[in-house]
Ligand binder design. Sequence first.
Ligand code: ADP
Length: 154
Amino acid sequence: MKKIAIFPGSFDPITKGHESIILRALPLFDEIIVAIGVNERKTGFFPLEKRKAWIEDVFHSEPKISVITYEGLTVDLCKKLDIKFILRGLRTSADFEFERSIGQMNKKMLPDIETVFLLTTPEHTALNSYIVRDIIRNGGDASQFIPDRINLND
Ligand code: ADP
């Protein structure tokens, strides 16, 4: 059976931290689906279609990576697509506490699922989409924090 992982997140926008986790996870799985979670009540900073197109562009030459959007629970998506692995990145102990409870709740709801964590590389530990959005909102240059192929003004 194919080993397929889902990498859920908001990717608003994708950062070099996300990119690094996805690339490092590639040898572990036959396929990685980057899944952009959509919250009906909360619109993102960047439009969903842009976020999706940027990720597709970053991984355009990697056939093992695809990008989808979804609403609702990640475990329901996993059930629907018959996916057994959720990929997540760990930066800090705060990430760990947050991820532990989500991972354990997901396991309760869908016992078949395993959450696989990769530790962030040291140079990406401080990086998160929230800070990138804040830099952009305030007219700063965030280009060093996002994948090289992305031009946020496109
Ligand atoms: P963010 O936390 O930046 O808003 P998301 O909510 O989209 O990002 O998170 C999706 C996944 O990516 C989570 O597992 C998160 O821990 C991971 N992630 C985000 N930024 C980094 C980073 N700099 N290094 C490693 N993993 C990261």
